[in-house]
Ligand binder design. Sequence first.
Ligand code: DC
Length: 228
Amino acid sequence: MSTKTIAVAIDGPAGAGKSTIARRLAKNLNYIYVDTGALYRTVALSVMSSGVDPDNVAAVKAHIDTINVDITYRGDEQRVLLNGNDVSELIRTPEVSMMASKTSAIPEVRAFLLGLQRKLADEHNVVMDGRDIATVVLPEARVKIFLTASPEIRAKRRYDELIQKGTDVKFEDVLSDLIQRDEQDMNRAVAPLKPSEQSVIVDTSDLDLEGAVKAMRTVIDNILSGEN
Ligand code: DC
């Protein structure tokens, strides 16, 4: 990572509010926002739509050699491209979520996406959110925050989001999917979800969006002002 650019790494489980909060912070700070989950989702969508068996690691590895995943920006909104096609909406289904949790455990999938994430942080000031940003992708990030909340609160937020988009889901299914994804993300051998030793832990269970953004901004300002 270039020493000229500043990175804010935000990791945490699904539904902790990472993307909404990170997007807001990036706008406030005038940095670009990088949602790395969208990259894993794009790979998952590609695996799903080409009929590759996700349990056949060799087949997944062979498949990713044939695809191109990229990020572009429409204004300050991140869009993800699969072989040049904008798939930003198609990756937001519960099926793709579950597939992404599965295929992201494959080391070759992680290696495939690493260069793009580091390149973005090398070229821009970033707020980057994911699971392993502080531990693996940007270990030199100036600010490292681990954002979390109770599973029930996270599931409720995810449920409300899906209902608002018109997706027909049951709360119990959203909660059990989320607990299963937490399990998979925290227990995989490569780059498991966990705070880095330097991460500041922020729990958003009792905070609304404004409160969470404010708490995070305070953490960021304190760290950046101490170093500049
Ligand atoms: O943040 P999200 O729900 O869009 O992420 C989808 C899946 O991608 C998640 O279950 C785990 C995986 N992921 C990952 O392994 N590493 C990241 N940096 C981001 C996401």
